[in-house]
Design a protein around this ligand. Sequence first.
Ligand SMILES: CC(=O)N[C@H]1[C@@H](OP(=O)(O)OP(=O)(O)OC[C@H]2O[C@@H](n3ccc(=O)[nH]c3=O)[C@H](O)[C@@H]2O)O[C@H](CO)[C@@H](O)[C@@H]1O[C@H](C)C(=O)N[C@@H](C)C(=O)N[C@H](CCC(=O)O)C(=O)O
Ligand SMILES: Nc1ncnc2c1ncn2[C@@H]1O[C@H](COP(=O)(O)OP(=O)(O)OP(=O)(O)O)[C@@H](O)[C@H]1O
Length: 495
Amino acid sequence: MNYQELISFCKPISISGPEPETIGKLRQDSREVVPGDIFIAVKGSKSDGHNFIHEAIERGAGIIICQKEIELNENVTVITVKKTRKLLGKLAQKMEGNPADKLKIIGVTGTNGKTTVTTLVWQILTKLNYQASLLGTIEKRVLQDKSPSRLTTADPIELAQAMKEMTDAGSEYLVMEVSSHALDQGRTKGISFQVAVFTNLSHDHLDYHETMNEYASAKKKLFNSLDSKSWAITNADDERGEWIVNSTPAKILSFSFEDKGLLQAKILQSDAKGMTISIDETKIETPLVGRFNAYNVVEALLTCTALGVDGKKAAEILKHCTGAPGRMERINQELDTSNEPIVFVDYAHTPNALENVLSTLRELKTRHQKLVCVFGCGGDRDKSKRPKMAKIAESYANRVIVTSDNPRSEDPDLIIDDIMEGFKNPENITRLTNRRDAIHEAVFTSKAGSIVLIAGKGHETYQEINGDRIHFDDREIALEALQKRDDTTKKEGAV
Ligand SMILES: CC(=O)N[C@H]1[C@@H](OP(=O)(O)OP(=O)(O)OC[C@H]2O[C@@H](n3ccc(=O)[nH]c3=O)[C@H](O)[C@@H]2O)O[C@H](CO)[C@@H](O)[C@@H]1O[C@H](C)C(=O)N[C@@H](C)C(=O)N[C@H](CCC(=O)O)C(=O)O
Ligand SMILES: Nc1ncnc2c1ncn2[C@@H]1O[C@H](COP(=O)(O)OP(=O)(O)OP(=O)(O)O)[C@@H](O)[C@H]1O
């Protein structure tokens, strides 16, 4: 983009200063500015980018885009526009060659399930040889190439750059999570979605949105931004499921497990190894467990059909789709579980999340199955959750093994002491400070068919100890333990 194009794109109220010789990158954070860059001053929730204009100039910004008249002594080009935030997304796209226009974009919003639904859709598309990329809380995937994410929905500049990387790599589809923060801050301005999905809405993020109505209204923006060729998929069983799409120009697909939506869904069978679900005429077998995942799976299937994928083909692929990494991830999915416990790894590291996961697993377990829970609590963080998590684990699980989870600068044994205070019957609890030993103990001593939950780390791949991040992946250790158990079982007969 040259200077003249930039000016005509920005539709300025006024321009001052010299015409710059070169145009660098667009930045909204003064700390990232290098000589020649354009700094756009945006008013945020904590501070106002206009306060950092001098810093941006000191760092060599060649052009300032702002929305307030400013007096500058420096020899810098100043472009004043009506609203910088409104311009930011569109300008970011324009500067990268409008990559969003070259992608079919699927946006998933809602309090829970975003990562699971986007991952499932990405897995289906990829397995069917569509060129698909992914953006969300856990990772960015440019086709198969993955890297960790900073935010659920990146800022407009990062988004445009990621999309450019994706189109350069040959992507035709992008499946992305869209947070309420991003919608409220207009991070997705300049992006057209082909499909938007609403998962559900519950109490969350009220520190930011203040009221549930404001939180819901932020989510609704995604559906109002659609056009008449796009699809809006909604969960009609959610209190706000119908409302969220009531002013969208898009075609609507609403579904319900409770006889409410356009399409009727049913859970035909459900246990700790997966579910069989029907949606309309399509039957889906999934290894994912828990009623909430039935919603996620249906949303993933409907998204794919809205994109033109044959429903039966998508359902066939879903049989082998594992969902989001570290979110109720079943470790021995591909192994023969007849001689083994069924092992799950989940990110639950708060009392609420632990209770959700344990109650789901408890509902799935038969009278003969035992539920074993391995968990710990982080150091240098909220200490009040330690006894609370103990109480929850003890009330849902048949056996609890307490261990370390990112002790940071604290002594892991003292953290475990705090956790132990929450147990009613501490004499029944096993404490094993070494997390690897704890996982091995759970896997080795649980009978075939028992359910083992390893909670806390999920997709994370480290143990944080005294400022060092030491590689540690619950999934690797669980798999290692399962394989060792399998070998031992074969040698010694059934455990
Ligand atoms: C509350 C919130 O969402 N903040 C995000 C927002 O910041 P903001 O617009 O409020 O910015 P601000 O800090 O007030 O600063 C205003 C402006 O001054 C600039 N600035 C600021 C300081 C400085 O030294 N120089 C400078 O230029 C900032 O870059 C910004 O442009 O825009 C920034 C750029 O896009 C984000 O980095 C920042 O995310 C912060 C780090 C964050 O933690 N966000 C979380 C809450 C978030 O967005 N989470 C959702 C998911 C939530 C969920 O579902 O769990 C997400 O999408 O990840
Ligand atoms: N549809 C759903 N309804 C209710 N809870 C769900 C649903 N899907 C997932 N969960 C629960 O929320 C947790 C997080 O799931 P997921 O990562 O898919 O959601 P998310 O919306 O991306 O949330 P986050 O941004 O916090 O990761 C899961 O481990 C599970 O306990």
